[in-house]
Design a protein around this ligand. Sequence first.
Ligand code: SAH
Length: 402
Amino acid sequence: MNRIVLNPGKEQASLRFHPWIFSGAIKRIVNEQGVSVAVTDGEVVAVYDNKQQFLAIGQYHNNSIAVRIISFDEVAIDQNFWNKKISDAFTHRTNVGLTNNSSTNVYRLIHAEGDGLPGLIIDFYNGTAVVQSHSIGMHLAKSFIVEALKACYGKALNGVYDKSEDTLAKPIVAKYEVKNGLIWGETLTNEVTEHGHTFNVNWETGQKTGFFIDQRENRELLAQYAKGKSVLNTFCYSGGFSVYALKAGATLVHSVDSSAKAIELVNQNIALNFGANATIAHEAFAQDTFNFLSKATEKYDIIVLDPPAFAKHQDAKHQAVQGYKRLNGEALKYLKPGGLLFTFSCSQAVDKFTFNSTVLSAAIIAGRKVRVLHQLHQPVDHAYSIFHPEGEYLKGLVLQVD
Ligand code: SAH
């Protein structure tokens, strides 16, 4: 295995299990005999410190993040390695009651750095594993990954769908002719159950891997408050929060998303759960949230704000904060006295302290008395490494206004 040798002092991050090596930390790239070599993008390499001590094994890419670490132990990266990674992740989900659960058959199996596999996402949808690679290393490891999934699940796995065309860098997509599609087996169903609610998940045309699994527990919390209440679910995508609210006995739910395709999904999911002709008080609007709020003629008991990541990068943080402030400030105006705001941010670059203080500014501007009832976060199948705090991307608050 070729070796990445780090500059003196640059081993500290690896010694505390940070999952990346930045290009600036690299002193030399050599083979096992110490002769300088060139390594190819996606190649599995060993990382050594300047005194020839082994540090880690990772996947190389000639980029700012040059190595993504997949092992801090000196082991062979063979099929057994991948089998163990996948089965360890599966065991973690089993231990928290997700893999053999009669009311939930959708969960995240691999959450990138959180499962020691940077650049890889795998979501399990009632028999279909949707694999999303964000790095060339993971793209090239895909046949190992598929075999490991088959070994782990046995008959419980019907198919593996690769959804990496939009997440891999364009030159990689072009070079390897990456296409979204089934790479093993078949799809038996697109219907999943989450806390007993049914959703149709379209991983082919849907956003991300098809469904926002990360809001599972927060939707359940909304259900606890929704009985007899009017709910506005903005940035609703396929209507997760709306279905939970209606099932819990909300008297009125308005779902808003700027994407017409998302609104189709909401209506489909409402029909799935309540029947096509059910007389439930639900209406879906293909509209921009700000636009919808500016024309709103009524106030709600509960409003959900779950916008897409306003800041995808650190340099967009300031603008994102302004966006969250404005959005939360607007929403607070449309809550009835005693009403609840479920407000979220999934921007990695906006940490929870920044988010909390942004929402505080919005409350000051709105001039309403606000209490914090809950601090929300991503669920246990989206665990993150403490050495990679950027992995804590989803944060939220439940606020109650006077
Ligand atoms: N709450 C959802 C996930 C939200 S993802 C769930 O539980 O599944 C964010 C959604 O915001 C996307 O569906 C996207 O289409 C929508 N969106 C983006 N910008 C918007 C805007 N300005 N107004 C309304 N919806 C918007």
